[in-house]
Design a protein around this ligand. Sequence first.
Ligand code: DO4
Ligand code: MG
Length: 289
Amino acid sequence: MPLGRFTTKEDARPRLGLIATDRIVPLATLGGPDTLDSAMQLPATELHRLLGEAGSGASDGLPLTDITLLPPIDAQEVWACGVTYRRSRDARMEESTQKDVYDLVYEAARPELFLKATPGRVSGPEGMIAIRGDSTWDVPEPELVLAINSRGETIGYTIGNDVSSRSIEGENPLYLPQAKVYTACAALGPWITLTTELPDPTRLAIQLVIERNGILHFDGETSTDQISRPLDELVGYLHRFNAFPDGVFLMTGTGIIPPLEFTLEDGDMVSITIDGIGTLRNPVTRLTS
Ligand code: DO4
Ligand code: MG
């Protein structure tokens, strides 16, 4: 059963729960951790054992219709990998005034890793994602995301949207933090599927659908088998001389790039589906200040 964060109308305090088809079982009622940071501080084997026992003992719980699912993140940073798919390298080379840096990093031993978001910049299922008012070319980036505990162990997977400004990054690669990090620049969700339930993340289909005015505007797909580096290598580089006492989320890069003439617009609806995890849907808004 996946792990989700939620609130109810009666209780605004975010809680952790195990999600069954139509209900959620609060973990605290099963003797499990009630916050993600406390869950992320446990060794992976202990967390998985606790959640396995809790899941098999779970009977009732709250109907999913009575709760609001929150982004599955509390105290963690979100980091991201760049140019891990050949398709992403080609897109950066098309958009940038500095083409070589992308080709070089695609081939280099050290991957591109960057800080993508703090928890307050992350939207959850159905939450608004934003494009910047000073950007003219914006895209969603659908990415498999690793949920990694404080010991550097991957405990599960979620879906991520690394919403990005291609015009700002394309102007100068040193503008990357401005192209990537701003209010509502990322979405995560709908929940965390545990590694015990998804043992092989290396062949998962990823689908991106963008609707405009209720009509299909763009769709594309890829698979995590197109990622050019082992996931363990990405996790290893992230943890070099860098501690994450509450755990961390790592977006693993995008392999779906809409055509050059495409840009996100206010009111678009972006849906990302990853096999074995679920679907993350987010409406788009343009920030004016
Ligand atoms: O180099 C820029 C970042 C590219 C990126 O976010 C991706 O490949 O997913
Ligand atoms: Mg990305």
